[in-house]
Design a protein around this ligand. Structure first.
Ligand code: FAD
Length: 202
């Protein structure tokens, strides 16, 4: 179901503004990239997170992240004509993408620096089950490998890791997210050790 800004305005009394970015925040107002100033009594920061791109040399046009549903739709079309795709990162998004790509008959090379998938969430024994499932479904899993660079050669992408070299049609980077804290920084809010806004426990 799709609710329009107009629906929110009429039915809920909420002034929803899309395609408008808050670029400045102060203690009683915000300013958007369209130049409008909105005053506030209470401010809720719900700016989400953005994909982390590893700080390595990356070249080529076929290197992607998946963040927004629209990215998935766009990628589905782009990858239609491609056969070999590498996923960097063995977290939840990497696994979901691996499943979707295998379902579409793609060759999938999954590269992760940890010793088993979902290492932040699961113990090793469960991680081993997931490892075996991935292999069973034909994913070529390269664990304990750190990607050093992604190069472009003709219409291929060449991934260099500390353990090998992989030539693929496309690369999907799924190496985590970082909180969007620019506005919180402008307000001088304290940032916690995870890089997100620090909150007092209740
Ligand atoms: C591929 C993928 C699959 C996922 N699958 C699942 C799943 O199966 N189950 C699950 O529970 N979670 C899933 N998640 C995670 C889930 O999407 C997030 O946890 C959730 O969207 C977080 O909600 P949020 O409102 O905090 O942030 P977001 O959904 O990121 O919303 C933040 C909003 O703030 C806007 N914004 C940011 N900065 C500004 C600014 N300066 N001015 C104006 N607007 C701004 C952004 O445009 C965005 O609309 C998935 C995420 C991804 C990327």
């Amino acid at each position: 179901m799709h609710y329009t800004p107009d629906y929110f305005r009429k039915e809920r009394g909420i002034d929803v503004r899309t395609n408008e970015t808050v670029v400045e925040v102060d203690w009683n107002y915000v300013v958007t990239d369209r130049g409008s100033k909105v005053e506030w009594d209470y401010l809720v920061l719900a700016t989400g997170a953005s994909p982390v791109i590893p700080n390595i040399p990356i070249e080529g046009n076929n290197v992607f992240v998946i963040h927004h549903p629209a990215d998935a739709v766009r990628l589905r079309e782009i990858l239609e004509s491609m056969s070999t795709v590498s996923i960097i990162g063995t977290g939840y998004i990497g696994l979901e993408v691996a499943e979707a790509l295998r379902f579409r008959g793609k060759d999938v090379i999954m590269i992760g620096r940890s010793s088993y998938p979902l290492r932040k969430s699961l113990d090793e024994d469960v991680g081993r089950i997931i490892t075996n499932e991935l292999i069973k479904y034909g994913v070529k899993l390269r664990l304990n490998e750190r990607v050093l660079e992604i190069n472009n050669r003709g219409n291929k992408q060449v991934i260099i890791t500390d353990g090998g070299k992989y030539v693929v049609d496309a690369v999907i980077i799924a190496t985590g997210i970082k909180p969007n804290i620019e506005l919180a920084r402008q307000l001088g809010l304290r940032i916690g050790e995870t890089g997100a806004v620090w909150l007092m426990s209740t």
